[in-house]
Design a binder for this molecule. Structure first.
Ligand code: ADP
Ligand code: ZN
Length: 755
């Protein structure tokens, strides 16, 4: 008898296994691996959605098997490759197999359906002929309908009405006479509506550049890869990486291969979509957050049916059901959006590498400021490094970067927001009808203290990462009220009034805390005739806000755009000649050990927004600490120098990529409960790690309040674990999952803090 092993789509830990069902005779013809089916489950035989994992002929089994109830859809929702990835991914991401299916299959699948149409044919040709011949039909339209169907056989309703110039009512009259057979079903002929708008394309999008020698070299190397290989494409901002991606993609597609092209969600603007559309037209499926459920379903359907040769989208697209996958492109590979913020916390880069191995395909990781871990892999020849040092557009010049000493500016009475040189440059740009971009980092900003005397941010004496200000804290033995500084890396705490500056030994700190809004007000006073746009979390709450602001700035409806990291990424504003980066050193002082890396990336990206088209650009890096090497390297776009310094620090501190670093987070609605359970967990972890072999080099830090201590009505405490590799971390997590009931201890894990 034919049996099927299935995985439940909504499996929880207890039901996360393969269940065997009998395939009833009526389904034998259609059943396939990867299909969505309905199965009766549990004592109540409730219908559940499941995926066919495997099919096998078995001898009669002793236990009576339940039968699969029905097939939900004739085409598999998962490809063979995806089925093969379910088990490895569930153990890698510490989630159920059902969770993996949920990552691979958008939730609309199974709910939405393809366009439907009504098809009409004759009940009997004989009867129709007879009716026409006998003259019993009075209406000429009725006769036309029958004649047309006699000639064509089956016709789709709309086509029939159009051909016979008939109305719905007339058609209904013919049907009521008993001549017609009507059937509503999926219209396989119908063009799948595209999520890409079909408005007239601007000529500019059709431009295809002739590659320069650096670009050509990159394309040659990537397209001649004949096994699974990973390329790190390190090209300065404006070096024309996009043209390289598009050329490689085109080449692969010409040879019959398919492509996945990942971009950070934030840069999937209508602009980018237009580029894709100009190059690849209908062969592209584009996934972005502005799609309706229906559009999302159609795009996915286009991929599943093999009509899409290239899939463009954010991190979730790495799971797209693409067959013949020959190239994966990850643009801005350093971007933190490739790592999922929510459970299961997958990293699209890891998944890309797994799929590349399975498909023997090439991966291109592109960036002007690669993740330190990626560059390290390239240096170790795990990745192949390709470097591009020239700007793609030969007319573009690198912007001049000026580091402004804000301590002097404060003395001169300019305040700590906008320096005099920046103001002068802005005034000139505005007079010349050019545009200005002001970049401000606000994340965790007002929770940083800086030394009034030397400008150094207050940092942990053990870890040299910035400390964060909290109001009161409750850790066993450390209960404190008032303003406390906490190192979120090692858990070191100190009352704010006792903090000592590492730079000068002083004890006078001020709170760094300007927001985009205050800046906006100040600009109103300084440049009363100019319009200012602001892009931050407050002004981009609704879908579409983002594009509206960018579009409006691009159309010169404002002269100045201020914003947070959102505006630093990938946008091309041809008329921006002045970029101001405000509080540049504070970017580097957040509580994460990767903050230097992030700061370097942000400053380089922000600076790269200036002078992209012919005209010169000036970038003002405002800093209380102008001799900080990080700023000097960023100003010169000297990634290598930054990297060398950073990697030495990481090695000395045994941070990734030298050791794996993971987080265990416990979150509960009740604070007392959280503290009690944190203590128990703390003792457990210490005891458990104490008996582990020394070669795994476990280190435990914490518990510490999570940087965002209160989130959606829950309080959060975390532990940091370091070990020689990720498998060691996973082993700890797995043990925890066995020993602690997740309903009582809601614990989440992340084995990739800083991969
Ligand atoms: P990156 O992604 O590396 O920062 P882009 O791909 O955005 O750079 O390219 C920067 C600019 O250079 C774009 O306006 C692009 O049209 C232009 N460009 C790219 N390649 C060439 C080329 N070979 N010749 C002329 N202009 C080019
Ligand atoms: Zn510390």
């Amino acid at each position: 008898m034919l049996t099927a092993k299935v995985i439940l789509r909504d499996s929880v830990r207890a039901t996360d296994k393969l269940f065997t069902y009998l395939v009833p005779d009526k389904l034998k013809e259609k059943i396939k691996e990867g299909l969505y089916v309905l199965v009766p489950f549990g004592r109540g035989n409730r219908m559940k959605t499941a995926v066919i994992y495997s099919l096998q002929e078995e001898d009669k089994s002793e236990v009576k098997l339940k039968e699969i109830f029905d097939i939900m859809d004739d085409i598999p929702v998962l490809t063979e490759e995806q089925l093969g990835l379910i088990k490895p991914l569930s153990s890698r991401l510490l989630c159920t197999m059902g969770d993996v299916i949920a990552l691979m299959v958008p939730s609309v699948v199974g709910k939405a359906s393809m366009p439907q149409a009504t098809f009409i044919s004759l009940q009997s040709d004989e009867d129709a002929r007879e009716a026409i011949a006998s003259g019993t039909l009075r209406s000429i339209t009725h006769i036309h309908i029958l004649e047309y169907l006699l000639e064509k056989g089956e016709v789709e309703k709309k086509a029939l009405l159009a051909a016979c110039k008939a109305t719905e009512a007339q058609l209904k009259a013919v049907r009521d006479k008993g001549f017609l057979y009507m059937e509503k079903r999926e219209d396989t002929e119908a063009e799948i509506p595209s999520a890409i708008p079909d408005t007239e394309l601007d000529e500019a999008f059709n431009v295809v550049h002739t590659l320069n020698d650096e670009q050509q070299n990159a394309v040659d190397r990537i397209t001649s890869a004949d096994k699974a290989s990973v390329f790190l494409l390190h090209g300065i901002t404006g070096s024309g990486k996009t043209e390289v991606y598009l050329k490689c993609a085109g080449d692969v597609m010409e040879k019959g291969g398919k492509v996945i092209y990942l971009v950070p969600e934030i840069s999937l603007t209508p602009q980018t979509v237009n580029w894709i559309r100009a190059r690849f037209g209908d062969t592209a499926a584009v996934m972005h957050s502005r799609l309706s459920d229906k559009q999302r379903f159609y795009e996915w359907e286009k991929i599943r049916r093999g009509q899409a040769k290239i899939v463009v989208g954010p991190r979730s697209c790495i799971f797209a059901p693409v067959t013949d996958l020959k190239l994966i492109i990850i643009d801005e590979e350093h971007d933190s959006s490739y790592k999922s913020e929510s459970f299961p916390r997958f990293n699209a880069k890891d998944i890309a590498l797994m799929r590349a191995k399975l498909n023997s395909c090439a991966v291109v990781l592109g960036s002007a400021t690669p993740a330190v871990s990626s560059y390290y892999a390239a240096k170790k020849n795990v990745y192949e490094l390709i470097t591009m040092k020239k700007r793609g557009n030969p007319d573009a010049v690198l912007p001049k970067v000026h580091i402004v000493n804000m301590k002097d500016q404060i003395k001169e009475g300019a305040g700590d927001l906008l320096s005099l040189p920046l103001r002068r440059a802005m005034a000139k740009a505005i007079a010349d009808k050019k545009q200005v971009l002001l970049f401000l980092n606000r994340r965790g900003y007002s929770r940083t203290l800086i030394c009034e005397d030397c400008g150094e941010p207050c940092s942990c004496p053990n870890c040299s990462v910035g400390m964060t200000l909290h109001n009161g804290i409750r850790i066993k033995g450390k209960d404190q009220t008032g303003r406390i500084l906490i190192c979120h890396y090692c858990g070191y705490t100190v009352p704010a009034r006792d903090a000592v500056c590492k730079g000068c030994g002083g004890g006078n700190f001020i709170r760094a805390g300007i927001g985009t809004q205050q800046l906006e007000e100040m600009l109103g006073n300084l440049f009363p005739g100019s319009k200012v746009l602001r892009m931050d979390q407050d002004t981009t709450m609704h879908p579409g806000d983002h594009e509206r602001i960018l579009e409006s700035f691009r159309n010169h409806e404002a002269q100045i755009l201020i914003g947070t990291q959102m505006i630093a990424k990938g946008h091309d504003f041809p008329d921006v000649t002045v970029v101001g980066i405000i509080g540049a050193d504070l970017i580097a002082s957040s509580s994460d050990y990767r903050s230097s890396e992030r700061a370097f990336q942000l400053i380089t990206q922000a600076a790269g927004r200036a002078g992209r088209k012919g005209s010169e650009g000036d970038v003002y890096l405002q800093s209380l600490h102008p001799d900080n090497p990080l700023l000097i390297y960023a100003a010169k776009q000297n990634y290598e120098a930054f990297y060398e310094e950073e990697i030495r620090y990481r090695e000395a501190m045994a941070l990734p990529p030298f050791k794996a670093s993971g987080e265990i987070l416990l979150s509960l609605p009740n604070e007392d409960d959280l503290m009690a359970k944190t203590d128990i967990l703390s003792i457990y972890l210490k005891d458990f790690l104490k008996v582990q072999p020394e070669k795994y080099a476990f280190e435990l830090y914490g518990p510490v309040p999570s940087p965002i201590y209160e989130l959606r009505g829950r309080y959060r405490m975390s532990f940091m674990i370091k070990a020689v590799n990720k498998s060691c971390l996973n082993a700890v997590f797995e043990q925890l999952m066995k020993d602690f009931d997740p309903n009582i201890y809601p614990i989440s894990f992340d084995n990739d803090c800083g991969g």
